[in-house]
Design a protein around this ligand. Sequence first.
Ligand code: NAG
Ligand code: NAG
Ligand code: NAG
Ligand code: NAG
Ligand code: NAG
Length: 528
Amino acid sequence: MESWILIILVLTPGVWSGDWRVTLKSQCALKGASVVLKCEYDYPGGSVVTSVGWYKVRYVSGTGRLYPVTNPPSSPNHFRYAGNRWSDCSLEINDVQHTDEGQYYFGFKTMFSRWMSTTYSHLSVKELTAYVEPGTVTEGTDVRLTCESGCDTPVNIVWFKDGVPVQNPVFRARREDAGRYHCAIPGQESVRSASVSLNVHYAPEKVTLSMSPSGDIAKGSSMTFSCSSDASPPVRQTGYSLYKDGNLIRSGQSHTISDVQPGHSGMYYCQAWNNISRRGNDLMKSAEVHLDVHYQPVNISVSMSPPNVVAGSGVNLTCSGAANPAAETYTWYRRTASSTSVLQVGSGQVLSIPSVEASHSGLYSCQAGNQVGENNSTEVLLAMKEEQHGSQSLPITAGIGVSLFVTLVLALLLLWRKLRTHAEEKKTVSDSRLSERGSSSTATEDQSDSIYVNIHTLPCSPPPATDVTPHNAPMSCEDEVTYSTVTIKPRNPLPPHHGDSNRALQDSRSEARENDEPVIYTTVAKSR
Ligand SMILES: *[C@@H]1O[C@H](CO)[C@@H](O)[C@H](O)[C@H]1NC(C)=O
Ligand SMILES: *[C@@H]1O[C@H](CO)[C@@H](O)[C@H](O)[C@H]1NC(C)=O
Ligand SMILES: *[C@@H]1O[C@H](CO)[C@@H](O)[C@H](O)[C@H]1NC(C)=O
Ligand SMILES: *[C@@H]1O[C@H](CO)[C@@H](O)[C@H](O)[C@H]1NC(C)=O
Ligand SMILES: *[C@@H]1O[C@H](CO)[C@@H](O)[C@H](O)[C@H]1NC(C)=O
């Protein structure tokens, strides 16, 4: 091919004739477009063109050489001769690439000669360049799209965003306007700019707090809170905060609780912030999610109402405790102190005993259950306050006792006076014998006429199997006064006096012996 250059140098126009001529024009083409290198040629009359050809300069090791243009195998119609054999020598290049840029020569042969253009057509390959200004905007700001062509020739362009035509190259940015933009030649969409992106910044929205696993959480299990949002720029780790019942728990996008406890129950929400966040906080808050920690009943206790149980009255035992969900089943058990066996005595949260009897006493416990599990309360003693029954009637008993005592004393006083007058009448009769005993016998004589009264203080309970209160109810403590009439028959004379304690009796006996009169003994049972 070097020979061509030599030929060009040798066969300069005018050497042979002025009729040999090739006229070329330089071109600017957009990458991807089709371009025609305009070309005209002429030659002396009478010649017959046998072949035409386009040549392109390639530089090898700094030296430019001409090579015939050939279609690449991948694109058979890349170069197409658009001229003819006599005057037009235009070359069409389809889908122009940057590699096509360069200097093109046209040459032709006639029967006896050949001709190579002395000038060349320079093809410059340019591109469309898209500009989005500004490339990063805060929502609501105006954006302008401009497209520049490297070639001077004005071109119509159209805009695309992510492949979809854009109507107006100037607009107010909304978040959905973010994307990649390019411009192109209408009808030749392969002639297009590179894509440029538009970032529209906006404060977080669609802030969502999710729980994993979702739903009800069992105590002791593990769960994770995750906060997500739609924001530009995206919310960073430190831009997220988790709140429980309105109080900040921690920052970060996710939070794991490895051992969930009832105390973790509550209403949670998260907040998300980016550097666009300026306006009201509510926009950056998630909806609240409820963490509901389920656990079996704990801290179960039994309360007794009224606290002191009286036989015959009613009592309510209430089972209460903490559980989530609330306890559904309650079972009541009774254990008697003596036996180890446990009786099931009822169900329901309140065990109501309308009228307590001795057989009801025992240790009560309740079992509360929900869908998670069940557990028992501690035992509570139900015992009847029997002493209290006594103490309640004590004032009455005491009243009866006192009034009986007073009555008795009065009766005794009356009796004493009556007997005394009677005794004085007899005194004259027995005066001779009485005088033997001295002055002390007078007092003895007085006593001999009185009624003896023994007042015993008897215990209320348990009732002794005595003759004092044989017919009464076991728990009765009523006073019982028994009067006995004792008739003493005369006997042998008594032995001498042994002590003062027997004197009264002896005197009375001697009196009785003498008078044959009845003596009344009285026993008064008095409660404590
Ligand atoms: C927000 O931060 C991004 C980078 O994270 C930055 O490009 C942008 O200019 C910032 N915007 C404001 C309003 O500070
Ligand atoms: C059970 O009682 C303990 C001790 O009083 C208490 O710390 C705990 O919070 C209670 N549990 C529940 C679920 O109320
Ligand atoms: C026990 O509970 C029932 C029903 O609530 C009530 O009618 C009754 O008066 C209560 N009894 C006592 C002793 O509190
Ligand atoms: C609760 O008490 C009942 C009766 O004593 C017993 O059968 C049951 O096993 C107990 N349950 C628990 C969880 O302790
Ligand atoms: C059952 O109750 C007892 C006593 O209140 C308590 O110690 C125990 O932890 C409870 N069991 C469970 C599984 O909560």
